[in-house]
Design a protein around this ligand. Structure first.
Ligand SMILES: [Zn+2]
Length: 283
């Protein structure tokens, strides 16, 4: 029965099945704000800003330093500082295990980099936080590195810039992480008395103990557009004050309107803005 039975052989596949698809996975991403499909290379050349709606994606700590420091060159300080897990804390997983995983994945000791470099030719100390390292949380190491950066800036009398991107204090280090707030603030007070400028840049998100300490203590507090900035989350506040919160609450633009920030600056203008501010401070 020739009708039902294939008499000729099936056409041979010139290309094996697994090679028949063009590999596009990982080359494209969708803008979480406007839904635009963006070529990842495009996003990279725009410093992770959506070319259509200007939504600011999160920038890694290293990329942030490349954005701010001349020629992407800097010297890193306190590279070897790592947490000792003082409480030997365990939640769903041991904290020590989380730490080692983050260190391996990101190739950094903790959630912040301290760099000494130049910004438009002017020497600066620049700290940059990494959100992917346990939510950019501040434990003993982040607190100590920030404090040492302040002390270095004070000793050399060169301006300090801290880019915050953090969920707040690191709860796995309990009170040890909360004590960092007082230590960092005391060091910043000394920097202030010595009249060395400190510029705080708040990226999305900056919350909890980081907002409640160094992120809001800059001589200038500058945020990126749309950044979530706050202390407690909106749900906790609503439940406490038993009121509905206004639209856009805890976003950079809302905070600027209400006097909590000095400026909201687009990422591509950030370096120029900081450079002008330092010119003004040091004139
Ligand atoms: Zn967009």
């Amino acid at each position: 029965m020739a009708w039902f039975k294939r008499q000729k052989k099936a056409i041979e596949q010139a290309v094996p099945a697994e090679e028949r698809h063009v590999r596009t996975e990982g080359m494209w991403t969708k803008c979480e704000a406007c839904g635009q499909i963006i070529w990842k290379k495009d996003l990279e050349t725009h410093w992770q800003v959506c070319p259509r709606c200007q939504h600011h994606f999160r920038l890694s700590a290293v990329k942030r330093l490349e954005l701010l420091l001349d020629d992407g060159i800097w010297t890193e300080h306190d590279v070897g500082l790592v947490s000792t897990d003082p409480l030997e804390f365990v939640d769903s997983r041991p904290y020590g295990e989380r730490l080692r995983e983050a260190q391996r994945k990101l190739g950094m000791g903790d959630a912040i980099l301290t760099a000494e470099g130049k910004l438009r030719g002017r020497p600066v100390i620049c700290c940059s936080m990494e959100f992917n390292f346990i939510g950019g949380s501040m434990g003993a190491v982040v607190g100590e590195k920030v404090t040492r950066a302040i002390e270095l800036s004070l000793a050399k009398r060169i301006p300090l810039i801290i880019v915050s991107c953090s969920g707040g204090a690191r709860m796995m280090e309990g009170a040890v992480s909360l004590m960092q707030m007082a230590k960092v603030c005391a060091a910043l007070a000394r920097l202030d008395r010595a009249r060395v400028p400190y510029i705080s840049v708040l990226a999305d998100p900056t919350t909890g103990g980081v907002t409640a300490s160094y992120a809001m203590l800059g001589d200038l507090n500058i945020a990126e557009p749309g950044a979530l900035i706050g202390f407690a989350g909106p749900r906790v506040i609503e439940q406490t004050i038993r009121q509905k919160l206004p639209e856009g609450f805890q976003r950079a633009e809302f905070l600027l309107q209400h006097g909590f920030l000095d400026a909201v600056v687009h990422r591509k203008e950030l370096k120029g803005y900081v450079a002008n501010a330092l010119d003004f401070f040091l004139a």
